[in-house]
Design a protein around this ligand. Structure first.
Ligand SMILES: Nc1ncnc2c1ncn2[C@@H]1O[C@H](COP(=O)(O)OP(=O)(O)OP(=O)(O)O)[C@@H](O)[C@H]1O
Ligand SMILES: CC(C)(CO)[C@@H](O)C(=O)[O-]
Ligand code: BAL
Length: 280
C-alpha cells in the first residue's frame, strides 16, 4: 500500500495504475460504513484508491471542523488489511494552495435539506470531489446512501461535467438498533447514544406507512416527525423531508410515480445526525 501526500504524485500513480481504478473518498475516522465501500471497490477494480481528507471548505464557520474525529494510524492499518493499493492523504495547503479561487456550484439538487441547513456545504463537497476525480480519474467512485443528498449532488456534477466516473451508491450500514454508522457518533454521550435510534425509528414509521399504501407525502412526513417528537432527549429537528430520490426536489403531493426518499437531520445535544430511507 502506497501513501501519497501530493496531488502531482497521486495523478502520476493513478495514470499508470492498472485499470479499472476504484476511488473511495472519505474524511477518515474509518468505520464499517466506510469499509463496506472499500471492500466493494476492492472487489470491483484492479486498482483501489482511498482518499482521507477532512475538507475544510465543506464545514461552516460554526461547525465541527476542528474537532472532527481523526484516527490516522488505525485508518491506515484497516486500509492495508483490506488490500488498498493507494491512499491519498493530502494536507489542506496541497488541495487549496494560496490563491485557490475556482469553485463548483451545484444547482437545485443542493438547495434543500443539507444545502439549506449548511450553506456552502455542497459547494465545498462538489469542489473537492471534482478535484479528487481530476487527480485520480476513477473508473468507479463509491459513496454511501447515508449521505443521500451528497450522492445526488455528485451524480449530477459527474453527468453535467462529463467527469466520466461510474458513481456507485452503497447501502447504509447500521448498528443493530438501527443507528446509521457515522464518524460523528463518537461525539454522543451515553444518554444521547441511547436516544439516537429514534432517527431510524422515525424513518421506519414513514416507510411502514408507505408499505401500507399511504402515498400522501405530508402523511409520511408527519409519521416520522411524530416519532422524533416523542423522544425528549432530541434537542431539535432540522428537517424531515420527502423528496424525489434523484432530483432531491421536495414532494408535497403524492409520492406516486417517484422513487421517494424520506430524510431527516436532528440535533442531540451538540451532535447533528442525518439519515434517510429510499421508498421503493
Ligand atoms: N453508515 C454508513 N454506511 C454506508 N456508507 C457510509 C456510512 N457512513 C458514511 N458512509 C460513506 O462513507 C463516505 C465517507 O464519509 P465520511 O468520511 O463523511 O464518514 P461519515 O461517517 O459519514 O462521517 P460524518 O460523521 O461526517 O457523517 C461517504 O460516501 C459516506 O456516505
Ligand atoms: C465525499 C467527501 C469525502 C468529500 O469531502 C465527504 O463529504 C464525505 O466523507 O462524505
Ligand atoms: N459525510 C458528509 C460529510 C460532512 O458531514 O461534512
Amino acid at each position: 500500500m502506497k501513501v501519497v501526500e501530493t496531488c502531482g504524485e497521486m495523478f502520476a500513480l493513478c495514470r499508470t495504475a492498472q485499470p479499472p481504478l476504484g476511488l473511495v473518498p472519505t474524511m477518515g475516522a474509518l468505520h464499517e460504513g466506510h469499509m463496506s465501500l472499500v471492500r466493494r471497490a476492492r472487489a470491483d477494480n484492479l486498482t483501489m484508491a482511498v482518499s482521507i481528507f477532512v475538507n475544510p471548505t465543506q464545514f461552516g464557520p460554526n461547525e465541527d471542523f476542528a474537532r472532527y474525529p481523526r484516527s490516522l494510524e488505525r485508518d491506515l492499518e484497516l486500509l492495508a488489511a483490506a488490500g488498498t493499493d493507494l491512499v491519498f492523504l493530502p494536507g489542506p495547503p496541497e488541495v487549496y494552495p494560496d490563491g485557490f479561487d475556482t469553485w463548483i456550484e451545484p444547482g437545485a439538487v443542493a438547495e434543500g435539506m443539507e444545502g439549506a441547513a449548511r450553506p456552502g456545504h455542497f459547494r465545498g463537497v462538489a469542489t473537492v470531489v471534482a478535484k479528487l476525480f481530476t487527480i485520480t480519474r476513477p473508473d468507479r467512485a463509491y459513496f454511501g446512501q447515508k449521505d443521500g443528498q451528497q450522492v445526488a449532488v455528485i451524480r449530477k456534477m459527474n453527468d453535467d461535467l462529463n467527469l466520466g466516473a461510474e458513481v456507485v451508491t452503497m447501502p447504509t450500514i447500521r448498528e443493530p438498533d438501527g443507528l446509521a454508522l457515522s464518524s460523528r457518533n463518537a461525539y454522543l454521550t451515553d444518554e444521547e447514544r441511547k436516544a439516537a435510534p429514534v432517527v431510524y425509528r422515525a424513518l421506519r414509521a414513514a416507510e411502514e406507512l408507505w408499505r401500507a399504501g399511504e402515498r400522501d407525502a405530508r402523511a409520511l412526513q408527519s409519521a416520522a416527525t411524530a416519532q422524533l417528537e416523542s423522544e425528549p432527549a432530541l434537542s431539535s429537528v432540522d428537517y424531515v423531508s420527502v423528496v424525489d430520490a434523484g432530483s432531491m426536489a421536495e414532494i408535497t403531493g403524492t409520492v406516486e410515480g417517484h422513487a421517494a426518499m424520506v430524510a431527516t437531520a436532528v440535533r442531540l445535544g451538540t451532535v447533528r445526525l442525518i439519515d434517510n430511507l429510499v421508498l421503493e
